[in-house]
Design a protein around this ligand. Structure first.
Ligand code: GDP
Ligand code: MG
Length: 291
């Protein structure tokens, strides 16, 4: 039997997500680290063995302590989380975790399995570890809690075991030698989504799916074409704005961010299409749409 699935690693900045990811990725550490430092966006790390494949994404941007978790943000986060097979949420045991509680209670109410990682336990006493476990097991009943030290490599294997317990039976999503695939396309679609989230209210951010149709890295310029799928004609009209003014503004600010990120000139073509009921096929789009 072969298992495969998507695991999202969440948590506030500096709790140790990247350290854990590097640890989980083993000797492939340097590649991930390099990528991780060049981006504040989603990064995939793919761990493959003969009988399983785990696709990790590290999303430092999702939880921004300077933003309130207002409704639009929450919808955005929720939409991206529902596609995960397992959510790993990491807290820093040496810090107050009050900010996490409200957010975690919301994640807890999703259908997706949640594993809480209490990290940096090398910095605290065993008694404190115990009281943290008491605290979190009351806040999040029926959630798996794992005290870990990503830095000192303590309990890393248990994390993998718990993930494997939740992974569905499935063929691999990527070739087995893939380490961190399609990150450029992911970054591009995340940037477009971010700009849409900033600019539109109500149901729009929740109703769009961005698929990067082509990404051509040429000598002096990267030529990108992305399709923004919406569910209804009325949403398409809102997205485009009068005479296309609104979508043009999205394109301009997305292009600027991409140029900064790739350090190269960008040609960005954005197309808005209506795909009735795409949402019910969302996980398919997400998992295969970037190929
Ligand atoms: P991220 O922002 O969540 O990705 O956090 P990083 O992985 O970049 O880690 C932030 C800081 O915490 C770095 O200085 C790490 O070395 C440190 N750190 C991560 N895990 C641990 C841990 O288990 N114990 C200790 N003491 N420090 C850790
Ligand atoms: Mg990080």
């Amino acid at each position: 039997m072969h298992k495969a699935g998507f695991v999202t690693i969440l948590g506030n900045p500096n709790v140790g997500k990247s350290t854990l990811m590097n640890e989980l990725m083993g000797e492939r550490l340097s590649i991930i680290t390099q990528k991780a430092q060049t981006t504040r966006h989603r990064i995939l790390g793919v761990v493959s063995e003969d009988d399983y494949q785990i696709v990790f994404s590290d999303t430092p941007g999702v939880i921004n302590p300077h933003h309130d978790l207002h409704e639009a943000m929450m919808r955005f986060v929720k939409a991206s989380l529902e596609d995960a097979d397992v959510i790993l949420y990491m807290v820093d045991s040496s810090k107050e975790a009050l900010k996490d509680v409200a957010f975690l209670e919301k994640i807890h109410s999703l259908q997706t399995p949640l594993v809480l990682l209490i990290n940096k336990i090398d910095l605290i006493e065993q008694e404190e570890v115990n009281s943290l476990i008491d605290y979190w097991s009351k806040k999040l009943p029926n959630t798996i809690l794992i005290p870990v030290s990503a830095l000192k490599k303590f309990n890393i294997d248990r994390i993998k075991e718990e993930i494997l317990g939740f992974l569905p039976e499935s063929p691999a999503y990527f070739p087995k030698d893939t380490l961190t695939d399609k990150s450029e396309r992911f970054i591009v679609s995340e940037i477009v989504r971010e700009k849409i989230l900033e600019r539109y209210k109500q149901e729009i951010p929740y109703s769009v799916e961005v698929v990067v149709d082509s990404f051509k890295d040429k000598e002096k310029v990267i030529v990108i074409e992305a399709i923004i799928y919406v569910e209804r004609e009325s949403q398409k009209a809102i997205l485009l704005g009068k005479k296309g003014v609104a979508i043009k503004a999205v394109g301009i600010s997305a292009r600027k961010t991409m140029q900064n990120f790739f350090k190269k000139k960008i040609f960005l073509g954005l197309f808005v299409k209506v795909a009735k009921d795409w949402r019910s096929r969302k996980s398919q789009l997400k998992k295969f749409g970037y190929n």
